[in-house]
Structures are given as structure tokens and as C-alpha cells.
Design a protein around this ligand. Sequence first.
Ligand SMILES: [Zn+2]
Length: 178
Amino acid sequence: MAAPKVDISVDEQTGAWSTGGMPMLYVPRHFMMGVMRTVYEALGEAAADQHFYKSTADAAYRWCAMEATQTGLAGIDVFHHYMRRLSERGWGLFDGSGIDPLNGTGRVLLRHSSFVADALNTQTAPLAKKTCGFCAGWAPGALAWVSDTQRRGWRLHGRERRCAAEGFDVCEFIVEAA
Ligand SMILES: [Zn+2]
């Protein structure tokens, strides 16, 4: 096992955690997935996907804006930095190298998805459904920030095309023109 690659600071007075000045929470995976599952049960799959898409895309956009200020990175480098940070924070290993920097479309691969790991925790056979819809907004949200800051005018939408929970080797997200 290796130590985390993300620097974590703890405020001695408040106990609050942060990384690069951004407040963070460290929670058990089962807690996060349990919260997500209850929303899916309450809203239904389609409405929950829509709800999470907007909130995760907005969060990705905000993260890129804050992180660009902290690091001095710009443009598509911030998107790749985001993919790397998600990977370093335990969500799974994201690879955004399949995104075309000229138009923001393409594919993002996710290996060892935490969503798949949690879903298959008590299963031995592949599921008949995808499990990573929660994070479909991350890549397009980050790419929207790239587009806005570079005046590209990209209108993008993302979705999970294949999921390792269905028996594929990796999860594959498509980002395409909306
Ligand atoms: Zn998946």
C-alpha cells in the first residue's frame, strides 16, 4: 500500500480538513454510496441521474476554477489535473487522454471504479446495469470550465457507455456535442 498523494491540512482550531485551500471531507465509501443509493430509490433512476449530473458537473466546474487559481494551470491541463486528483482521492483510476483538446469530445476511461467495487461487494456475477452514473457529469463539467475560460463555445454532454459492473474490462464515458 502507498501513502496518499494528496496533501491534507487539518485546522488545529476547527478540525476542518483541506487540500490546496479547498475544504474536504473524508468519509467511508459505504456511507457515500449509501447516500447515493437512497437518492436513487427516492427519485427513480432517470431523475436521480439528472440530479447528480447537474450537481457533479457544477462541482467539477467550481473545482477547476478554484484549482486553476491555486496552481496556475490553465485550459485542458486543468481537466487532466482534475482526472488525476479524482484518481488520487480513491474514486477509481480516471484516464482523460481520450478527450480531444480541440473540441472537448471523446472518451474517458475509469478503471477500478469505486462504484463498481461497492456494487459488486456482495455479488459474484456481473450486474445487468451500469453503476457509475453518479460521476457522468465530472468530465463534461470540467471541460465546460475549459471551454468558458478559453472561449471555445463547447456544448457538451457526458454519459457512461460501458460499465465494468456489466462485465466489461473498464468503465467508458463518452463526452459528445450536446
Ligand atoms: Zn462503471
